[in-house]
Design a binder for this molecule. Structure first.
Ligand SMILES: [Zn+2]
Length: 426
């Protein structure tokens, strides 16, 4: 396999004029002015940012690109989205799910998104979506890490066959135990579902990732139960609470007790900024709640927070294009994370923090790790978010798998430069 030498890159930690050498799929050297091996492919980074690939901690690959099937979501609410998905499910075919998921994976690769944790609905006795996404996982394996979560969309206890189906999905190779406690019939059943699912994960040695408290109800407190069972069963670091939007509306005193419990259990948190700002607060008049969980407060409490895209062109969300920089930008705005350190933390939320949630081995630009990286048309992480920077080159295991031309506008103005430079002069 031909080696690859990236010259004159800036790294995420600020080091500049760095060369990165990939050999046999791994990073062999990182230093200024490395000698080029014979017949190495050379990329001149021209001082641009070489970042680890983007990671999406929360997605629904079985529903993606189904926008408008069989109709669009008129109210824009989570609950109509779930009802709409229920209408679509009986019409799905395995081939159609595979085709849409593969198309989305192409989009992801083009945007430097090389690892996705996708929930897959198990509340269909045929397990069509499970089989479809297991097939997709194998097909994309050479270039994209796809992790699957067994997700009982209609409720583990509310849907009569959900638990049996969820176990069948795990038997077939689905990686993570999912849940949706706020959608069970009562709070008590929600808490019971968390207990059952955490015990199942403990028995099978699997991670947990639940849709948890995706609600504007300040009394939706399943995250407390999730942290409790994580602690009780010794699942520290293996459990993720996704969405947690009710935390936005919770009483502040209660949150001051909750955050240390989550930190103690080492529960990860996932916010889905594009979807949370779109779906939550729909029952409010004015003022309208933003609905996203308390990202800076979670981070300050030492809790690992990743951002997910959640949906692209499906019953819940009509936009999106697999761009995790769009996700980071929305998260930054909704959480008002505008200090330099907080903006940088939003970049981490779509890269290293989410990699930790997925448990990706060898993630990051370091000698010995797999040679996976993205060359961005930006000088640093904040500029990448500001510009939603083009992915000049996407590299997987030392091979270039996607390229996008640099974004350049031509001006035709008297006495002005010919082109626009989006970066600051420095
Ligand atoms: Zn979701």
């Amino acid at each position: 396999m031909r080696s690859l030498l990236v010259r004159n890159a800036t790294l995420i930690d600020g080091r500049s004029a760095i060369d990165v050498l990939a050999e046999a799929g791994r990073i062999a050297a990182i230093a200024p002015s490395l000698p080029a091996p014979d017949d190495a492919q050379i990329i001149d980074a021209q001082g641009q940012l070489l970042s680890p690939p983007f990671v999406d901690a929360h997605f629904h690959l079985d529903a993606t690109l189904s926008y408008g099937l069989p109709r669009v979501n008129a109210s824009g609410t989570l609950l109509e989205g779930i009802a709409l998905w229920g209408e679509l499910k009986p019409q799905l075919t395995q081939d159609a799910i595979v085709e849409r998921a593969m198309q989305y994976c192409d989009w992801a690769v083009a945007k430097g998104l090389l690892a996705i944790r996708s929930h897959v609905d198990v509340c269909d006795d045929r397990l069509l979506a499970v089989d479809a996404l297991l097939q997709v996982k194998q097909r994309v394996k050479p270039y994209l890490d796809l992790q699957l979560v067994a997700f009982p969309q209609d409720g583990l206890l509310r849907s009569p066959t959900a638990l049996a189906n969820l176990k069948r999905a795990l038997d077939r190779g689905v990686d993570v135990v999912g849940g949706i406690p706020h959608f069970e019939r009562t709070c008590a059943e929600g808490a019971e579902s968390v207990r059952i699912l955490c015990e199942l994960a403990a028995e099978r040695g699997l991670p947990v990732d639940m849709h948890c408290d995706e609600s504007d109800d300040p009394l939706s407190r399943h995250i407390e139960t999730l942290a409790f069972h994580t602690q009780r069963l010794g699942l520290h670091g293996r459990v993720t609470g996704s969405h947690l939007t009710s935390m936005h509306s919770m009483d502040n005193y209660y949150v001051s007790k909750l955050l240390p419990l989550m930190a103690e259990a080492q529960v990860h948190a996932v916010a889905n900024p594009l979807i949370n700002i779109s779906l939550q607060g729909r029952h409010d008049s004015y003022p309208k709640r933003r609905g996203m969980t308390r990202v800076p407060e979670l981070m300050a409490a030492g809790i690992n927070v990743g951002f997910g895209h959640d949906c692209v062109m499906d019953p819940w969300y009509s936009l999106g294009c697999a761009d995790m920089l769009e996700v980071a930008q929305m998260g930054l705005h909704v959480a008002q994370m505008t200090s330099p350190a907080q903006m940088r933390a939003c970049f981490d939320a779509v890269t290293v923090n989410s990699a930790r949630i997925l448990g990706l081995a060898g993630y990051g630009i370091a000698v010995g790790n797999p040679a996976d990286f993205v060359l961005l048309q930006a000088r640093d992480a904040v500029e990448a978010i500001r510009l939603r920077a083009p992915r000049l080159a996407v590299v997987r295991r030392g091979a270039v798998i996607a390229r996008t031309p640099a974004s350049v506008a031509t001006l035709q103005l008297p006495d002005r430069p010919d082109t626009v430079d989006w970066s600051l002069q420095r």
